[in-house]
Design a protein around this ligand. Structure first.
Ligand code: CTP
Ligand code: CA
Length: 224
């Protein structure tokens, strides 16, 4: 049995994964969030551990749970907390897979008291969050860096642009066009684009199967 465990293809490798949404506080009782379930990231964490990897899973608020000695779960709430935790671990890992649906904007000021209902309209000023994935692309040394791209139009072109501009090794294009794909569902329709622009399109599949396809692709690439 020990021989089998020692021969797993990701044995001795460390994988950093982000999952879920982020919540950006408006006041003590409200936030800006999104519909990400976290399923995709948790499936990638499980698939990585099943291949023998030691996994750091930095996750925003989700209903997912996992119990595996190889997976260390780091719960965070906001994009800035996710940024800090990801940077705490990045230089210790071999592979980073950023599947979280990170908020692009957050309230510029967080009210210290509950905002009271007054006028008929309310305007919140938002500012950009830090792009966690792009920040890793700037500092990466030997890490294999994987991003996701959620697109509804000009999908391939937009995904290729993200692959280049964020200095990634691989991008997973998530198509929202098809029924049954995306956020809350158990299935995803994905296309992989690697840094030599090889495009591999997949059928609609369970998120567990997508995770296994992704790990296979990464293994081929890092062992090539
Ligand atoms: N991402 C991130 N930090 C952010 C925003 C996005 O790490 N502040 C990561 C996501 O986890 C994903 C990739 O960047 O791996 C692409 O996210 P996506 O929302 O598709 O693209 P953006 O670069 O945010 O651009 P846009 O939303 O305008 O398409
Ligand atoms: Ca975005």
């Amino acid at each position: 049995e020990n021989d089998i465990l020692n021969n797993l293809p990701l044995k001795g490798k460390k994988v950093l994964i982000t999952a879920g949404p982020t919540y950006e506080a408006i006041d003590p009782v409200r936030y800006i969030g999104n519909h990400s379930s976290g399923k995709m990231g948790f499936e990638i964490a499980k698939a990585s551990a099943n291949l023998g990897a030691e996994v750091i899973l930095v996750t925003g608020p989700t209903h997912q749970s996992v119990s595996n000695n190889l997976i260390k779960v780091i719960p965070v709430t906001s994009a800035s907390e996710m940024y800090s935790e990801v940077h705490n671990y990045f230089n210790t890992v071999d592979i980073a897979i950023l599947s979280a649906a990170v908020a692009d904007y957050k309230p510029k000021e967080v009210a210290s008291q509950k905002i009271k209902k007054k006028d008929s309209t309310l305007t919140l000023e938002l500012e950009k969050t830090q792009d966690i994935l792009a920040s890793l692309g700037k500092i990466k040394t030997n890490q294999y860096l994987v991003g996701f791209a959620l697109e509804t139009n000009n999908e391939l072109e937009n995904a290729k642009e993200k692959l280049k501009s964020k200095n990634l090794n691989l991008i997973v294009l998530n198509s929202l066009n098809d029924e049954g794909a995306g956020f809350k569902s158990n299935t995803n329709k994905v296309t992989f684009i690697d840094d030599d622009e090889t495009v591999t399109e997949f059928q609609l599949k369970s998120k567990a199967e997508v995770a296994s396809d992704l790990l296979n692709k990464i293994l081929q690439q890092i062992n090539a």
